[in-house]
Design a protein around this ligand. Structure first.
Ligand code: UGA
Length: 446
């Protein structure tokens, strides 16, 4: 089938590539010329395991093309995917200007019937706006061409995006058109072979499904972080509690890891956007507001431990003269994405208190450099070991695989004090105690 994607960011690039790999002809349109030129050379704008070779292969074999020529894109695909960004407005609601601009572009240039598919995460009611915009443009052209609008939300996770796309748990299709449904079924047939994964519903339900899924996952995390806060106050260990409740299949083990808060481009934005949607229709979402508030507080957690440990605030004491080794900058492992990363909140708090940071991350060093530039209180180190050099304490913000079994004697030797602040509960507190560390972790006594 012939497919066009507008917006070659995370979602667009991964989904377009995986569809091309299954045999479809996919044209990727983006307004960013550098990005398009780079993609043609195999330079991928994001770090995502497995993506680069897949892009290169499908580009070389001619199933994946990149262009800034929107008119070409419109005439290329029968299926037109909108995958542009929906950044939050000042009030937290999703900004739809880019989505609607694509709808306008499609309607301006189309010369045959199209299916317009919302792939971006967009609030309930966006499909109606896309439809209205496209119809308005067609009317102004005096055209009687037809189109259908479909909501087809994306559920991929950064760091596992290629696999999520190739082997989706479910494919949600929101449509009011039988013809569009049939085309979508044909498009996704290669991914729907083992058992039925396609769930067809009305458009608004599909739009809400996306938000409900992310908000449910964010709720699980904030709930566990709240339990962790209770656990440390009553003298319980949240890791035992996690195992105790996760073994109940009704609860499950996924997304109940406590930590220093959730980040990324999805959960914080989507929780906020649904709160705004609810507010806008006169319904106050008490749960989602609490999920957001708990997460906001949780991102301060490591700094609270650090302050407690070093007596910050006592007799006007701050962290001047202290240097912290920081392992993990990205919002989660296997990505270089720093959006809403807990490490950022922490570093900014440390700097404000006069401390220096020596940071290491396997992938997010360039991104950190881009965000913070050069500053005297930030050193980006080449290895996790060199980050320890002359530091006073170690902080862990992201659970990268190679942080899980470090050389503890080296850590002890390098730090001026054997103290670790772990925002991801990587180690066993009793074992750490035996090794002579003061070990602060989430929801467990130090
Ligand atoms: C999330 C969803 O998991 C995807 O299904 C969805 O498609 C995507 O948003 C999206 O809307 O595009 P992602 O943001 O890539 O994916 O990352 P997650 O793996 O969900 O992690 C989000 C945050 O939650 C991370 O900061 C992670 O450290 C944190 N987290 C996750 C926890 O603190 N505890 C957990 O148990 C799980």
């Amino acid at each position: 089938m012939k497919v066009t994607f507008y917006g070659i960011g995370y979602v667009g690039l991964v989904q377009a590539t995986v569809l091309a790999d299954a045999g479809h002809d996919v044209c990727c349109v983006d307004i960013n010329e550098t990005r398009i030129e780079n993609l043609k050379k195999g330079i991928i704008p994001i770090y995502e395991p497995g993506l680069t070779p897949l892009v290169e292969k499908n580009f070389a074999e001619g199933r994946l093309t990149f262009t800034t020529d929107a008119e070409f894109g419109v005439n290329f695909g029968d299926l037109q995917f909108i995958a542009v960004g929906t950044p939050p407005d000042e009030d937290g609601s999703a900004d739809l200007q880019y989505v609607l601009k694509v709808a306008e572009t499609i309607a301006t240039h189309m010369t045959s019937a199209k299916v317009i598919i919302d792939k971006s995460t967009v609030p309930v009611g966006t499909a109606d706006k896309v439809r209205a915009k496209a119809q308005q443009v067609l009317d102004s052209r005096g055209s009687d061409l037809t189109f259908a609008v479909v909501s087809n939300p994306e559920f991929l996770k950064e760091g596992a995006a290629v696999n999520d796309c190739k082997r989706p748990d479910r494919i949600v299709i929101g449509t009011d058109s039988a013809d569009a449904e049939e085309l979508m079924r044909e498009l996704y047939a290669p991914f729907n072979r083992n058992h039925e994964k396609i769930i067809v519903m009305d458009i608004k339900s599909a739009e809400l499904t996306k938000y409900a899924a992310n908000c449910m996952l964010a709720t699980k995390i904030s709930f566990m972080n709240e339990m962790a806060n209770i656990a440390e106050r009553v003298g319980a260990d949240i890791e035992h509690v996690r195992q105790g409740i996760g073994s109940d299949s009704r609860i499950g083990f996924q997304f109940i890891y406590p930590g220093c808060g959730y980040g990324g481009s999805c959960f914080p934005k989507d929780v906020q956007a649904l709160v705004r949607t609810a507010d806008g229709i006169g319904y106050e979402s008490q749960i989602l507001k609490a999920v957001e508030a708990v997460n906001y507080a949780q991102k301060n957690k490591l700094f609270e431990y650090i302050s407690k440990h070093f007596g910050v605030g006592i007799d006007g004491k701050d962290l001047s003269g202290k240097t912290f080794a920081l392992w993990g900058l990205s919002f989660k492992p296997n990505t270089d994405d720093m959006r809403e990363a807990p490490s950022r909140v922490l570093m900014e708090q440390l700097w404000a208190a006069g401390a220096k940071v020596q940071a290491y991350d396997p992938e997010a060093m360039e991104e950190t450099q881009r965000i913070y530039g050069s500053r005297p209180d930030l050193s980006l180190m080449g290895t996790k070991e060199s980050a320890l050099n002359g530091a006073d304490a170690l902080i862990i913000c992201t659970e990268w695989q190679n942080f899980k079994a470090p050389d503890f004697s080296l850590i002890k030797q390098q730090l001026s004090e054997a103290v670790i602040f772990d925002g991801r509960n990587l180690f066993e507190p009793t074992r750490m105690k035996k090794k002579g560390f003061v070990y602060w972790s989430i929801g467990r006594l130090a």
